[in-house]
Design a binder for this molecule. Structure first.
Ligand SMILES: [Zn+2]
Length: 122
């Protein structure tokens, strides 16, 4: 994997590039402060935790949202650094992901599972 190229890619992503649905906005609002160790780990790969390629959530009975699969793009060739477990988060390669509109070599990792407060405006 190409960490510097990955970092430049995440630096170049603006709000306009990110999903605007309420589930994704809820994720971006609190993921970094709720999972600081995961944010730190992803940063060593050049990834900004608040800019996932794809995520989705389901409502839990306690008012939290569960994000079962959150995907991040990495530039370069897939490396042997996965799977890895950090705290209770599992990080693994995935081939089943939405189409990626990118010519450069890249691959996708999937993180499961995040739990966040539901701060969406009802
Ligand atoms: Zn979304």
């Amino acid at each position: 994997m190409d960490i510097e190229k990955t970092r430049r890619y995440y630096d170049s992503l603006t709000d306009d590039d990110l999903c605007d649905c309420d589930s994704c906005r809820n994720f971006r609002m609190q993921i970094r402060e709720t999972y600081p160790r995961i944010a730190e780990y992803l940063d060593t790969l050049g990834i900004d935790i608040a800019k996932p390629f794809e995520t989705w959530s389901i409502e839990l009975e306690n008012g939290e949202l569960l994000y079962p699969e959150t995907m991040y793009l990495i530039l370069g060739e897939p490396s042997g650094s996965f799977p890895v477990q950090i705290d209770d988060i599992d990080v693994h390669l995935t081939d089943s992901h939405p189409y990626v509109d990118m010519d450069d070599p890249h691959f996708v990792i999937e993180l499961s599972s995040f739990r966040l407060k539901d701060l969406r405006i009802k």
